[in-house]
Design a protein around this ligand. Structure first.
Ligand code: SF4
Length: 329
C-alpha cells in the first residue's frame, strides 16, 4: 500500500512515543509474570490503579493511551509477519460489532474469573495479543484490531470525542490511511463525526452498533458495579444482569432523546459525560476499599473525575459554538 504522508509526527516526539511503546510492552510482560507469580498484588495494581486511570486519560486525549498500548504495538508488529492487505469496509464493520460483543463478554467476566484469577487473566491477555498479531499480519497497519476489533475502542471513541488537550498521534509516522473514516489517531476530534457519518443529523445513529453501545453503557456500568465477584458457574446471573441493565438503559436513552429531540452530537457528549461520572462514582468506594485509603479518598476521586469531565463538556460546547460562529460569519 502506498504511504500517504498525512500529518507526519515530528522526530523528537516519535522518539518519546517509541520509549513509551517499549515501556508499554515491558509493562504488559511484567504484568503477565506478576499475574502468575504474585496474583494478589498484580490484580490489585491492575484493577484498582491502572485501569481506573484509563477512562480519565481518554477524556484528556485517547491518543495518550493509543500511542503506548501494548496490544496496539503487537498489532503493528504483525504487519511484518504477513502480507497485510486493505481491510474491506464490510469486514471492518463486522470486526467492530465483534469488538462490542467482546466488551460485553469480557468486562462482566471480571466478576466470574478475571478479578480474582491471575492465571485466567494472563491467559486472556496473551490470547488478545495473539489475535492482535494475527490481525496485523492479515490487514494493513492497525486497521483490523486497534480500529475495529479492540473491545476498548468504543470507550476510547465515546470518551475521546472531545479531547481536553491536543496530542500528536503516537503511531503511524507515515499514515497509510488504513482506516479512511474515524481513526482516532488521524481524525482526532473529527473522529466522532466521521463515525456517525450522515446519521449524525438524525436519530438513526442510535440504531448503529456504536449508538447501541453508547445508549446501553450507563446501565451496564451500574449493573457491573452492583454485582459481586463469584464463581464461573454464576455466569447466567452475571450476564443476565449486565445485558438486562444495558437494554433498559438503551431504551430509556432512546425515549429521552426522542422526547427532547436531542441532536446526535449533543447526545453522544451527554452519554460520554454521564457514563464517565457514573464510572468514577461507583468505582471510587471499590478503589478506596481495595487500596485501604482513608474515607476522604472516595470524595476526592469522585470530585476530581467530575471536574475533569465537566471541563471536557465545557470545552466541547465552546468549540462547537466557535465552529458555528465561524460557519455563520
Ligand atoms: S491507524 Fe490511523 S493513523 Fe495509522 S495508518 Fe491507519 S488511518 Fe493512518
Amino acid at each position: 500500500m502506498a504511504r500517504l504522508h498525512v500529518l507526519p509526527v515530528p522526530p523528537q516526539r516519535a522518539l518519546a512515543w517509541s520509549v513509551g511503546r517499549w515501556g508499554g510492552v515491558l509493562g504488559v510482560v511484567a504484568l503477565i509474570v506478576a499475574l502468575l507469580v504474585t496474583p494478589r498484588v498484580a490484580l490489585l495494581t491492575l484493577w484498582h490503579i491502572a485501569v481506573p486511570l484509563l477512562p480519565a486519560s481518554f477524556f484528556i486525549n485517547p491518543a495518550l493511551w493509543r500511542g503506548v498500548c501494548p496490544l496496539s504495538t503487537v498489532n503493528a508488529w504483525g504487519n511484518h509477519l504477513g502480507t497485510p492487505r486493505e481491510l474491506p469496509e464490510r469486514t471492518a464493520w463486522r470486526l467492530g460489532v465483534a469488538g462490542l460483543v467482546l466488551f460485553h463478554l469480557l468486562v462482566p467476566a471480571r466478576h466470574l474469573a478475571f478479578n480474582t484469577d491471575g492465571t485466567a487473566l494472563a491467559g486472556v491477555i496473551v490470547a488478545l495479543a495473539l489475535v492482535a498479531l494475527a490481525a496485523g499480519a492479515g490487514f494493513s497497519s492497525r486497521s483490523a484490531f486497534c480500529n475495529a476489533l479492540c473491545p476498548v475502542l468504543p470507550i476510547e471513541r465515546l470518551y475521546g470525542q472531545a479531547p481536553i488537550v491536543d496530542v500528536n498521534r503516537g503511531r503511524c509516522a507515515s499514515c497509510t490511511v488504513c482506516t479512511p473514516r474515524a481513526c482516532i489517531d488521524l481524525a482526532d476530534r473529527k473522529a466522532m463525526r466521521q463515525l456517525l457519518g450522515p446519521s449524525r443529523r438524525h436519530t438513526d445513529w442510535l440504531h448503529t452498533p456504536f449508538g447501541l453501545f453508547a445508549g446501553s453503557l450507563p446501565g451496564f456500568i451500574v449493573a457491573y458495579s452492583v454485582l459481586p465477584d463469584g464463581a464461573p458457574g454464576q455466569w447466567a446471573t452475571v450476564y443476565a444482569t449486565t445485558l438486562g441493565a444495558s437494554l433498559a438503559s438503551y431504551w430509556s436513552v432512546r425515549v429521552l432523546i426522542d422526547a427532547l429531540a436531542i441532536p446526535p452530537l449533543r447526545a453522544t457528549l451527554a452519554l460520554g459525560a454521564v457514563s464517565g461520572v457514573l464510572y468514577y462514582w461507583v468505582s471510587a468506594p471499590l478503589i478506596s476499599a481495595a487500596l485501604g485509603l482513608p474515607g476522604l479518598a472516595v470524595s476526592v476521586i469522585r470530585g476530581a473525575s467530575s471536574l475533569l469531565i465537566a471541563l471536557w463538556v465545557l470545552r466541547a460546547v465552546r468549540e462547537d459554538l466557535r465552529a458555528a460562529i465561524t460557519a455563520s460569519a
